[in-house]
Write a new protein. Structure first.
Length: 545
């Protein structure tokens, strides 16, 4: 059980005033920074409102307040709040009287919140939130030597809720520094996915306001992306479509306009603008193209080596169930995207179960196209065996293009920062390392530990396929969708395989970029044995800090 403890003396909160079987009020003690809210993940949400001295609502949020037991606590900043109004949902008759709920026994005030890692599955060199829930990467950009990552974030629990933009920064794509919340929900709704562009000394964010309807809003930062001021004219774009979200905005140098691509149901819509405020619809893409097994989300559109690439994340509909990233290659004139492949051709960016919501950094140096993905799957993301936090991002990857037969594909390589992080050679695998395997032909690779838990990989040179089997990888029982074998085409011969292991994940890459596969694993102890038939393995430590 993870229960956050403050570094200072904790003071117990007074008992709430019970108004009815599902309604309570708590008068907030002044002079404290946080009230620590006890969470029980199996419970239904309780709706919380913070009221100030004029009884005006200053914040609303949903928290799974503990009824029977406390799984962990999360901090709620008190600010100008004077009263906490709480409405419980669900059938209270099954849980006893509200006055006896477990949350009241653990409700405390504190001036600090301890985010020290308490999770054995927290990665060492992948980005994770300090605590709480994370899903899609948002608004990524590079400026003045700093990579900025915003992300879908719930600060009030480790399951999806209360969508806000969290914020982290890095100079090397390995070591991340947590920043304050960037954009919080308001009267237009929660803050869903979006993007950022840089314009002079300004950073302009675009995001979906998810309230009664999904609309597009914007906010501006003049301090390098640390804080944002929302545009008074929000929303800047509306629609009567229920799924209307995830704006990706970029400057189109060839057309000399700003373009926005939006996910709408099972198609992408393209807009243009001269001032980032007034947007004109130009065209739609998607009908009959690619995979339509689920809703299209989190688009991106960019140029690589003379061709335009449209990323399209889809959920469900992935090659092995749940969420995944497909893409299209073609041409774009600032108004219309034209795919060069036949409509039924589907191309996947990664053939693992745990690679979704892939988007790129705006303004990456050296004309690179650097992407991050959310390293999980909507089939079980809320159930993976961690509590203090949930979800990590993939390692950074650089995209390019390659040909195989009549088709052009996107190549995926670990970003050069990953190679720069290589440390000394090791004699055996560790919980966080890179393994480089030089292949002689078909090969069998097994990672295992003393408990008999194993991940089995196989490269078939004749069939040009690579498979990874995690059915016996450790804890696989939290979801029937988790144990599986994934398979990827290799588009030719594999000569060198790069494996990145980091406590709860394995990312496999063809060194030439023609294959990528990302899968989560939860072994009871690290894999410290590797068996290779058909190749030679070299193991490197990964340097952090």
């Amino acid at each position: 059980m993870f229960v956050a403890m403050a570094c200072c003396t904790l003071s117990m909160a007074q008992k709430p005033e019970v108004m009815s079987e599902n309604h309570t009020m708590l008068r907030l003690e002044q002079g404290k920074k946080y009230i620590l809210l006890p969470v029980e993940e199996k419970e239904e949400i309780a709706a919380l409102s913070i009221l100030d001295s004029r009884n005006e609502v200053v914040k609303r949020l949903n928290v799974r307040l503990a009824v029977d037991k406390v799984d962990y606590c999360v901090p709620l900043e008190i600010g100008q709040g004077r009263l906490l109004d709480i409405v419980f949902h669900g059938d209270r008759r099954k849980t006893g009287a509200v006055k006896d709920f477990a949350c009241w026994r653990e409700l405390k005030y504190a001036d600090t919140f301890d985010t020290t890692n308490r999770e054995r599955f927290r990665p060492l060199y992948h980005h994770t939130p300090e605590y709480g829930w994370m899903n899609d990467p948002n608004g990524m950009f590079y400026k003045d030597g700093v990579w900025h990552l915003y992300y879908q974030y719930n600060p009030y629990g480790s399951q999806w809720e209360n969508m806000t933009w969290g914020h982290s920064t890095t100079r090397d794509l390995i070591n991340w520094e947590a920043q304050p919340l960037a954009i919080e929900m308001d009267g237009l709704g929660s803050i869903f996915s979006g993007s950022c562009v840089t314009e002079g000394n300004r950073v302009v964010a675009f995001y979906t306001s998810a309230g009664q309807s999904q609309t597009q809003s914007t906010a501006v930062s003049t301090d390098g992306g640390r804080t944002f001021t929302k545009y008074a004219g929000n929303p800047v774009l509306t629609s009567n479509d229920p799924d209307f979200r995830d704006p990706k905005v970029f400057w189109n140098e060839e057309a000399r306009v700003w373009n926005m691509i939006l996910a709408v149901g099972q198609e992408m819509r393209i807009f243009s603008s001269r001032d980032l405020k007034q947007w004109q619809f130009e065209s739609a893409f998607g009908k009959e193209y690619g995979n339509h097994g689920g809703v299209w989300e989190c688009p991106d559109l960019f140029k690589i080596d003379g061709k335009w690439v449209l990323l399209c994340n889809i959920n469900p509909g992935g090659p092995f169930g749940g969420s995944a990233t497909q893409y299209f290659i073609g041409s774009f004139d600032g108004k219309k995207f034209t795919c060069e492949s036949m409509p039924k051709v589907t191309k996947w960016l990664d053939y693992g179960k745990d690679h979704y919501a892939t988007v790129s950094f705006y303004n990456a140096p050296e004309n690179r196209r650097v992407v991050l993905a959310w390293m999980s799957n909507w089939q079980y993301a809320n159930q993976v065996p961690t509590l203090q936090f949930r979800s990590a991002n993939s390692i950074a990857r650089d995209l390019g293009l390659f040909r195989d037969g009549e088709e052009t594909y996107v190549s995926v390589r670990p970003s050069k920062e990953m190679t720069a992080a290589r440390g000394q050679k090791l004699k055996k695998p560790t919980e966080a390392c890179e393994i480089v395997i030089d292949l002689k032909g078909s090969a069998d690779i097994t990672l295992l530990n003393a408990k008999g838990e194993e991940v089995v990989m196989h490269y078939d040179q004749q069939q040009q396929t690579f498979t990874m089997d995690r059915t016996k990888s450790g804890d696989v029982g939290f979801s029937e969708a988790f144990p599986c074998e994934t398979i990827a085409p290799t588009h030719g011969q594999l000569k060198q395989l790069r494996l990145f292991i980091d406590r709860c994940s394995i990312e496999a890459f063809d060194a030439d970029g023609k294959m990528a596969m990302t899968n989560l694993v939860f072994p009871s102890e690290p894999y410290n044995i590797i068996k290779v038939k058909g190749g030679k393995a070299t193991i490197y430590e990964i340097n952090t800090h």
